[in-house]
Design a protein around this ligand. Structure first.
Ligand code: ZN
Ligand code: ZN
Length: 368
């Protein structure tokens, strides 16, 4: 633009003033949206082009939405991709977008029900199908879970099947004492519900809304909780042990970059439940490891973003660890159980009882 100082101009289109700087590039609104959106678009190519997937027939992808910043931004971006696909006459077969909301109020009593947001989402994202489930519907989607939880909780816990599922789950959670163990078991149950729901819809994949820094926090927390052997599928793109593909399309983006993106879309910001920053007054011993790691990553990640992306990148390069296993799976989290050399699980199999992996054992009531 003649007469305009060059320094105000967007470095990509050179056609508008820049509004934000991302990774050393000063970009205008449109170019920022494109820059950030392209990182997700690239990761969704597998489903858009149906690479290694059946080319005909329906192909559904499940996006679990927590109303948090990351998963809401992911929905916005992936929905835009579906919309573009549908508008083109000779587009590749593409995918159908399914969205599952596990009601935040059913996970934590301090979260609001957020019912208006569910209606808003359906109006604003018409090319996606939405389902809302409470966490306790995991009893319905995972047959036999009641027995598994009873055995897991041990003799001190009595599961009353005549109670409504919500009360059953609350009683079970009440039997676990430490914040870390409750958060760990909740995340296992959440994962089981999401996977079981994805399978009930015959989805080929689950796309998770974890940003780069969140994946870094998850990596560090998983190792501290003894879930290091399941790191690969928890943070890497590829086949999960549950038979569905896991993809993390936001893995190249930081939370602050997603926040800047969301700020461009007021429609999007009003469905998002902002993260309540963990008060510094909360005693560290009352925080779960996940919360501690998130606090650490958000304070240090702001100062050293390179370190956090390194954590995520390194974890993403890990091969499924060469664990010694006889193929038996943990009854609670469904991942393969590592058997130390020379031991066998035949005894447990012979007694027909459920087996739990090392990490789940650590969160068991009485031990936590
Ligand atoms: Zn531009
Ligand atoms: Zn387990």
């Amino acid at each position: 633009m003649p007469g305009k100082p060059l320094s105000n101009t967007c470095v990509d289109c050179r056609n508008a003033d820049y509004v934000l700087t991302i990774r050393g590039r000063s970009l205008c609104r449109e170019c920022y949206i494109q820059f950030v959106g392209y990182k997700v678009f690239k990761r969704m190519e597998k489903y858009r082009l149906r690479r290694d997937l059946p080319i005909n027939g329906p192909c559904s992808v499940l996006l679990p939405l927590s109303y948090g910043l990351s998963s809401s931004v992911l929905l916005h971006m992936v929905h835009a991709q579906v919309q573009r696909l549908l508008s083109k006459p000779h587009a590749p077969p593409g995918f159908e977008l399914q969205v599952l909301i596990v009601e935040p109020s059913s996970i934590s009593s301090s979260s609001p029900p957020h019912n208006e947001a569910f209606q808003l989402l359906q109006q604003r994202y018409p090319h996606a199908s939405f389902t809302k489930l409470p966490l306790h519907s995991v009893y319905e989607y995972v047959p036999g879970l009641g027995d598994i939880l009873s055995e897991y909780a041990g003799p001190g816990f009595a599961d009353d099947v005549s109670l409504p599922p919500k009360d059953r789950l609350d009683t079970f959670r009440g039997s676990i004492t430490s914040a870390t163990s409750i958060a760990d078991v909740d995340s296992v149950l959440l994962n089981r519900l999401i996977v079981a729901f994805a399978k009930s819809l015959r989805c080929f994949g689950v796309v998770w809304g974890d940003s780069d820094d969140r994946l870094a926090a998850k990596t560090l927390a998983s190792v501290s909780k003894g879930r290091g052997s399941s790191l690969t599928w928890q943070v890497s793109d590829g086949t999960s042990p549950f038979g569905v593909e896991f993809t993390f399309p936001l893995r190249d983006l930081f939370t602050s970059e997603l926040q800047n993106y969301a700020n461009f879309f007021p429609d999007l910001t009003d469905v998002i439940i902002p993260d309540t920053p963990l008060s510094d007054n909360i005693l560290t011993k009352n925080l779960s490891i996940d919360q501690l790691m998130m606090r650490y990553v958000s304070s240090q990640g702001a100062k050293y973003p390179g370190v956090m992306s390194n954590v995520t990148r390194t974890a993403n390069k890990l091969q499924a660890s060469r664990i010694t296993t006889d193929g038996s799976r943990c009854a609670l989290c469904e991942t393969l159980i590592c058997n130390p050399k020379g031991t066998s699980s035949h005894f447990q199999l012979a007694t027909d009882s459920n087996q739990f992996c090392y990490a789940c054992e650590r969160s068991r009531p009485g031990l936590s």
